[in-house]
Design a protein around this ligand. Structure first.
Ligand SMILES: O=C[C@H](O)[C@@H](O)[C@H](O)CC(=O)O
Length: 272
């Protein structure tokens, strides 16, 4: 199995609290992006102590209450399934804070981390404030919810976005990369993908590869898998009959999403 592909760990932390995924600098080849998925039964709580990291808590499914010890955001979350295809609520918390997430209903929560030494206000990012985009044409169409885009100054280095790709379409396509700290031409952003499929027995293909092919991994990605993108192009193809969801976390030295399309495939964008 590719070293970039993570299957659910489903590590039971306490009654009603399961750590589905944990991606850190210690257990991955990522140095900027950190990521966790936590399942909570009703009335169960999960605590996280932030030191030099900022965090975006995304209510993937179900309803949760999030507090940073000073502010509390109650009963947030908008959907029972990500495939309701509507934005959800999130909470941004900057470094040096302890956060507690309590489930009001059965919930799956994504914790998106990036480095920060900047004190910034804790903030509810309401579903209604997500920028929704419909990108692409032909079989390259996808729906994008911008949760923490680089146009939103709320965070220090974190970018969070979720993407819906319908049956037999491609996304993160034409292949693009952002692995060079070379602004204004390209930014360096590591990236993680948390994938879900509908129906859940489905899979997608994702390839992660560099210009020189020194890295070239093609994966069959299944429901609730995580793919790590330390560098390189990273397109996703969705088989006929299935719909794809993924949540992206990006972070790097500059909080700017400036990607470079692979020249061989850039014509895809120029079709009439
Ligand atoms: O770099 C960002 C990720 O590849 C996705 O968020 C991608 O941009 C989604 C898309 O437009 O297909």
């Amino acid at each position: 199995m590719s070293h970039l592909l993570r299957k659910p760990e489903n590590n039971k932390l306490a009654d009603g609290v399961t750590l589905v995924h944990e991606v850190t600098e210690k257990n991955s080849n990522l140095h900027y992006v950190g990521f966790k998925v936590v399942d909570l039964e009703p009335n169960s709580s999960y605590n996280e102590m932030l030191t030099n990291l900022e965090l975006c808590v995304v209510a993937l499914t179900g309803k949760i209450t999030v507090t940073d010890g000073y502010q509390s955001f109650s009963d947030i979350g908008t959907r029972e399934s990500v495939f309701e295809r509507k934005p959800t609520d999130s909470v941004y918390v900057s470094h040096n804070k302890k956060i507690t997430i309590t489930a009001n209903t059965k919930a799956r929560v994504a914790l998106c981390f990036a480095p920060s030494d900047k004190e910034l206000p804790t903030k509810l990012i309401k579903a209604a404030d997500n920028g929704v985009e419909h990108r692409g044409k032909y079989n390259n169409k996808r729906q994008v919810h911008n949760i923490l885009p680089d146009s939103d100054p709320s965070a220090n280095s974190l970018l969070v976005v979720e993407v819906f790709t319908e049956t037999a379409n491609w996304s993160s396509y034409p292949p693009h990369k952002h692995d060079q700290d070379n602004l204004p031409n390209e930014s360096f952003l590591e990236e993680s993908y948390y994938h879900e499929m509908d129906p859940p027995q489905g899979f997608v293909f994702q390839r992660v590869y560099t210009e020189d092919r020194s890295l070239d991994e093609t994966m069959a990605v299944e429901n609730a898998n995580v793919v790590l993108v330390p560098k390189g192009y990273h397109p996703v193809g969705v088989p006929d009959g299935y719909a794809s969801y993924y949540l992206n976390v990006m972070a790097g030295p500059e909080r700017i999403w400036k990607f470079h399309n692979e020249k061989d495939h850039e014509w895809i964008i120029d079709r009439d």
